[in-house]
Ligand binder design. Structure first.
Ligand code: GRE
Ligand code: ZN
Length: 327
């Protein structure tokens, strides 16, 4: 399929590049390092080869979320955002941008989001899970009350918010001790992000701000498969669930969430996701440079779905969600 749009597609700057090391053997890291810095060369060539018309770009992970000092987090976010905006201005037909945000300070994050959207022309934000604030061990999740004024701005600006994975802190990762292969994209990323998304759904945030659109990657971080059980576990027990939100968790999942195919190029997972949220809420993505464009595109182009759904998932859903030209 030609004209695909991807929206979990990363780059890095000098200040953040090393956050992506450590997930890969040295020789692979050399390749990835180059891929993260490159925008206009190999990246565009591969996009051309595999029918990807546009990448909506975002900074690598955890990057700004792991900079404990709020002032420094703000500086690095601004630097990355200014750089990205400058690159997008060179090829707005091929690249658009999601803002990195210093969530260490909700006011700062709100101001930076507004600046990125209004002054730099960005079309959304991407945040890497919880933020470390003041020291390595003090963390905040995005459902916490300090962030609700920030969410009011997300709704007001009407831009999608991508909730991207990061690893849990070591003290929250005891279950993975001695089983390091489960950290990162194989399992811990998805677990961390799924719970974070469930916290948002149960918090009542979407009752107060029903027009917020959250995007999650990796075919929904396992949530489509588990959503029925989340709402129905022990359904014979009265008042089994107590959370601030008014509706079933699945109601928010189906109204406030979009899901991308990033890093999960598997047709049974896609079909399950289509059955749970529908083809209108699923969007093609690769997770470049951590996954290969050819793996994503060759799978997606041949996946056993209708051509109508392929066009929606590959292109038109993204055009609509991000109000891109041609929508
Ligand atoms: C990602 O962005 O999803 C990612 C990383 C690091 C390793 C693998 C991966 O940030 O998929
Ligand atoms: Zn990613």
């Amino acid at each position: 399929m030609k004209g695909k749009i991807g929206l979990e597609e990363h780059f890095a700057i000098e200040d953040t590049i090393n956050d992506s090391a450590g997930f890969f053997p040295d020789e692979i890291w050399e390749e990835l390092r180059g891929r993260l810095f490159d925008l206009h060369d190999k990246r565009l060539r591969l996009m051309d080869q595999h029918g990807v018309e546009m990448m909506i770009l975002s900074l690598n992970a955890p990057a700004v979320q792991a900079i404990h000092d709020p002032k420094r987090a703000n500086e690095v976010a601004r630097k990355a955002n200014d750089y990205l905006a400058e690159q997008v201005r060179k090829r707005p037909d091929r690249f658009q941008a999601l803002a990195a945000l210093p969530m260490q300070d909700a006011d700062m994050a709100t101001r930076e989001l507004e600046r990125c959207v209004k002054d730099l022309g960005m079309i959304g934000a991407l945040v890497n899970g919880f933020s470390q604030i003041g020291d390595a061990n003090t963390i905040a999740y995005l459902d916490e009350k300090q962030y609700w004024p920030f969410w009011a701005m997300v709704e007001k600006l009407d831009v999608p918010f991508y909730l991207h994975p990061r690893n849990p802190l070591p003290q929250h990762a005891k279950i993975y001790e001695g089983h390091g292969w489960l950290m990162g994209p194989s399992w811990a990323f998805g677990q961390e992000t799924a719970v974070h998304a469930l916290r948002l759904m149960g918090s009542g945030l979407f009752d107060k701000h029903p027009n917020i659109n959250i995007v999650i990657g990796h075919m929904g971080e396992g949530l489509p498969f588990s959503m029925w059980r989340v709402d129905n576990c022990n359904a014979w027990v009265p008042d089994r669930h107590k959370y601030p939100a008014k509706k079933r968790i699945a109601d928010y999942f189906q109204s406030n969430f979009y899901i991308t195919t990033s890093g999960n190029f598997h047709t049974p997972a896609l079909l399950n996701t289509m059955m749970v949220v529908g083809a209108d809420r699923i969007l093609f993505s690769t997770d470049w440079p951590f996954e290969n464009i050819d793996h994503a595109a060759l799978w997606f182009d041949a996946a056993t779905i209708s051509e109508e759904d392929r066009l929606k998932i590959g292109r038109t859903n993204a055009q609509k969600l991000f109000k891109l030209k041609g929508a």
